[in-house]
Design a protein around this ligand. Structure first.
Ligand SMILES: [Zn+2]
Ligand SMILES: [Zn+2]
Length: 379
């Protein structure tokens, strides 16, 4: 992957703003400052084996192009509009076909996860179970029994699109008593705060996830082509979950999901728990100051953004900028210069920003400090 190459190219750059780089379709993220890897995952996808419009092998091909490390196949178990054309008594077939494609040598960065979407009316709604050994075991009458069957297989279970208008006409995500019971009984561990079919995010859902210790998730819930739905390949990308993991193994990935170490991402919107968000954004953004000789009291500093996300930063430092106001737009994979009015010669520079596109609670943006040593200038 491109990670170190891009990050080091950005860090080695001069104080000129780089020309816009050709954006890679395959997303890639720097490690967090505490040494974790950031794994890109889409944990909610469909094919013709439920109500999607493509063959499962094409889902694997798209995921590979998008730079995903993990993709879950989650066909609706009960909603089967193509059943007459594509009979498949074994509900693991879609996973098997996608896995076979992903087993090819050139796909070795991608792992396919078996899953299913238990699709019922209210109050159950749509709930995904992933890391299944056998999806057929979830084909039972009582949806709660399906959840129990999933958990008996060691599955990770999450509630889909709680702000879906047919279920929530005012667009506000709420947790029903039924779902509160599922949480209490250990049958629900995650919540979608971003779902691609809704093309939006839910800060209400984020707050619910935080209040109930549910893992924060963003998924595409893709049914058509990723290219057409999300402009992948022409600057866009599918919604996904960025998982902060000890290493790239499936065991570490699953443990990170269980521990809630995720950030949900769509367009330039990021949602997550504050500690995760701080770690993730801390991997993306850094300060590279010019040497400071004190002749003038303005210090040139580049804000380096090594991530494929445009950041909107609001300056909250005591220091102000000579070249721009307090709103700074740190474009994806580039360097943004700010000229800082310093109070004197100092050994390091610290700038405090509100990161307006990174939410860590209901209408609560992340606030974080970026800090770097200032190279000594000639006196
Ligand atoms: Zn569907
Ligand atoms: Zn779905």
């Amino acid at each position: 992957m491109m990670k170190t190459k891009l990050t080091s190219a950005l860090l080695a750059g001069t104080f000129l703003t780089l020309p816009a780089l050709a954006h890679e379709r395959a997303v890639d993220f720097p490690d967090t400052p505490d040494g974790r890897v950031v794994l890109a995952a889409d944990l909610h996808t469909h094919s013709v084996f439920s109500d999607g419009e493509v063959w499962p092998s094409l889902r694997a091909a798209e995921a590979h192009r998008d730079g995903l490390e993990f993709m879950a196949v989650t066909e609706h178990l009960e909603h089967q509009p193509h059943k007459a054309d594509i009979p498949h008594p074994d509900r693991n077939r879609s996973y098997e076909i996608a896995s076979e494609k992903a087993s090819k040598a050139e796909y070795d960065d991608l792992m396919i996860i078996n899953g299913a979407e238990v699709t019922r009316g209210p109050p159950h709604g749509h709930i995904n179970a992933i890391f299944l050994k056998d999806a057929n075991a979830l084909l039972v009458d009582d949806p709660k029994d399906a959840m129990k069957a999933a958990r008996a297989q060691g599955a990770f279970v999450f509630l889909n699109h709680p702000n879906w208008l047919p279920q929530s006409p005012d667009g506000i995500a709420r947790l029903t008593d039924y779902h509160k019971d599922l949480i209490k009984e250990g049958l629900l561990q995650g919540l979608e705060v971003i779902n691609g079919t809704l093309d939006g995010h839910s800060e209400h859902a984020l707050q619910i996830a935080l209040d109930n210790h549910l893992t924060v998730l963003g998924t595409s819930d893709i049914h058509g082509l990723v290219d057409w739905t999300h402009n992948a390949g022409t600057g866009g990308h599918r919604p996904m979950t960025l998982v902060l993991s000890k290493d790239r193994s499936q065991a570490a990935f699953k443990q990170a999901l269980l521990d809630g170490n995720t950030v949900a991402w769509s367009h330039n919107d990021l949602l997550g728990r504050e500690d995760n968000m701080k770690a993730f954004v801390g991997g993306c953004l850094s300060l590279v100051p010019e040497a400071f000789d004190g002749k003038y009291t303005v210090l040139n500093v580049d804000i380096v953004n090594a991530c494929p996300i445009d950041f909107t930063l609001i300056n909250m430092s005591d220091e102000t900028f000579q070249n721009t106001g307090d709103a700074v737009y740190a474009k994806r994979e580039s360097r943004t210069p700010v000229a800082v009015r310093m109070k004197g010669i100092e050994a390091d520079i610290a700038l405090k920003f509100e990161v307006a596109n990174a939410q860590v609670g209901f209408r609560t943006p992340l606030v974080m400090e970026l800090r770097s040593l200032i190279p000594a200038g000639e006196k």
